[in-house]
Design a protein around this ligand. Structure first.
Ligand SMILES: [Ca+2]
Ligand SMILES: [Ca+2]
Length: 157
């Protein structure tokens, strides 16, 4: 232990001593409030959060409290939503993310996959599609290997 003392002293040169009042304030990352926010529990298609009819400009914000890792989604916070588009016109879903690799997929009401935007990496994802406005559709957002509180925002354009 005696031999460690000089090393500790060297590492603390320039460190704030006594208090940390002069340290940088914590930075809080947050997306602007959207039209709706991810509300738990919504971890399965059966418990999907109902968003209603979505038109252009709609924004949904969310939080992935846990990401999938080591080849399994068992411990991940998966977020499911049900929705209907306002019209049959083509639209784009844009998923923006901070802190993790978030992936977006769209399913029909029976849970059959229509389109999966999963891409590796933390770049934003976009899906362009046109859906029957008379039907109900499902969206799934989930995080792969990121911070335990990865933020995301979904925009309909
Ligand atoms: Ca969530
Ligand atoms: Ca969830």
């Amino acid at each position: 232990m005696v031999r460690l003392l000089p090393l500790i002293l060297v590492l603390c040169v320039g460190c704030p001593m006594g208090d940390d009042d002069d340290s940088a304030p914590g930075v809080v990352y947050e997306y602007p409030q959207g039209d709706a926010a991810d509300t738990e529990p919504n971890d399965s298609a059966a418990t999907a959060q109902a968003l209603g009819v979505l038109g252009s400009g709609y924004r949904l914000t969310g939080l992935a409290t846990a990401c999938g890792e080591n080849g399994t989604w068992d411990s991940a916070d998966v977020d499911w939503f049900s929705f209907s588009p306002a019209s049959a016109d083509p639209f784009t879903l844009r998923l923006e993310m901070w802190g993790g690799d978030l992936d977006l997929a769209v399913f029909d009401s029976a849970g059959d996959l229509l389109v999966d935007g999963a891409e590796s990496g933390v770049a934003d994802e976009e899906l362009s599609l046109a859906l029957d406005p008379m039907a109900t559709w499902l969206m799934r957002v989930r995080c792969w290997q990121g911070n335990p509180s990865s933020l995301w925002r979904l925009r309909l354009q």
